[in-house]
Design a protein around this ligand. Structure first.
Ligand SMILES: NC(=O)c1ccc[n+]([C@@H]2O[C@H](COP(=O)([O-])OP(=O)(O)OC[C@H]3O[C@@H](n4cnc5c(N)ncnc54)[C@H](O)[C@@H]3O)[C@@H](O)[C@H]2O)c1
Length: 305
């Protein structure tokens, strides 16, 4: 049983907290947000849900970041969400300033925690937090896109979702890579099973575009990504060693960047297993690393502007 802290209790934060606590993995949860009374009243809601479900979790609710102590996992979803017409990088500067503040306050009381970034642009926010805190940080990365890929293919081909495998990686969002050699239906290659019914283009369009469509209608994504975040937390806390497309730190030239790669998620986290991908898919990752590095370097300049 683990001590889990949640920084940010907005739309995605609340959904992640609910999903995680309902899994029963947390012995103690700390919920922090700057909005007065929000963590406290959300705590009440959660206590009622946990009582109905017979789950015993001690919940601390606070408006002070200093109250987050001795956590095994600190998940950060505080910050500005993007609007439907904004890219994730549009919110970089504002959210990076918040991460630089957290980098000063969170590590000292949480020396042994795994830090998981959710705030967008998620890969760059993980890099900013790790750069300024010195703490090992991952981001939820493209794991949610794995679920978007598998569920769309299952729906369109009319097969059970558990019969569809497939991994994505590189950049979370519009720059994502789908590793087509890993996409299988009942163990058979995607192209063979989907012929005449569903194309790679249809799948790519859905996986990359569905978040913006959800944001346009519902104001933000929450349930889909939150369930992936829960899975990452549970796999780490229970050392399940599930292979997931989380965003791992990667030393690239003079910076540590974060890029999603298939990774064994246990305690400790790793290793990444991109070497088991086809040569073509590894090529996509190499191209992503260069692109993400260049974009990150440009974004870092905005912090001193
Ligand atoms: N990685 C993903 O897959 C994914 C999915 C959904 C949302 N997100 C990102 O998560 C972030 C939050 O999205 P949301 O929809 O929950 O937004 P939201 O506005 O509903 O919630 C953000 C919360 O952060 C809090 N907050 C802001 N600054 C803070 C600070 N300095 N200290 C403590 N709390 C602070 C706000 O009070 C608010 O409750 C956004 O950046 C969004 O783009 C990422």
């Amino acid at each position: 049983m683990s001590r889990i802290a949640f920084v940010g209790a907005g739309r995605i934060g609340q959904t992640i907290i609910y999903s995680t606590l309902m899994s029963g993995v947390a012995s103690e949860a700390t919920i922090f947000d700057i909005v007065p009374n929000l963590p406290q009243r959300f705590k009440d809601e959660l206590m009622h849900a946990l009582a109905a479900s017979g789950i015993n979790t001690k919940i601390n609710a606070t408006n002070s970041v200093e109250d987050i102590k001795d956590a095994d996992v600190v998940l950060i979803s505080a910050g500005k969400p993007r609007k439907a017409d904004q890219s994730r990088t549009d919110v970089f500067k504002d959210n990076a300033k918040i991460m630089m503040d957290f980098a000063k306050t969170l590590p000292k009381n949480n020396q042994n925690a795994l830090f998981i970034m959710v705030t967008n642009p998620v890969d760059q926010m993980a890099s900013v937090f790790m750069k300024y805190s010195g703490k090992f940080t991952i981001s939820s990365g493209a794991q949610v896109e794995n679920t978007r890929l598998r569920s769309f293919i299952a729906d369109r081909l009319g097969v059970p979702v558990n019969s569809v495998d497939g991994l994505t990686g590189g950049e979370h969002g519009e720059g994502l890579s789908i590793f087509w050699d890993t996409v299988k239906v009942n163990g058979r290659p995607f192209d063979e099973v989907s012929k005449g019914v569903l194309s790679r283009e249809d799948v790519t369009k859905y996986v990359k575009g569905i978040a913006a469509q959800i944001i346009g209608v519902m104001g933000g994504t929450s349930w889909g990504p939150a369930t992936s975040m829960r899975d990452i937390i549970v796999s780490f806390c229970k050392d399940q060693k599930r292979v997931m497309s989380i965003s791992m730190p990667l030393k690239y030239k003079d910076e540590v960047i974060h890029m999603s790669r298939p990774t064994v998620v246990g305690n400790p986290i790793g290793p990444t297993i991109e070497k088991s991908l086809s040569e073509e898919d590894q090529g996509l990752l190499n191209a992503s690393a260069e692109k993400m590095y260049n974009e990150y370097k440009e974004l870092l300049k905005t912090l001193s502007a």
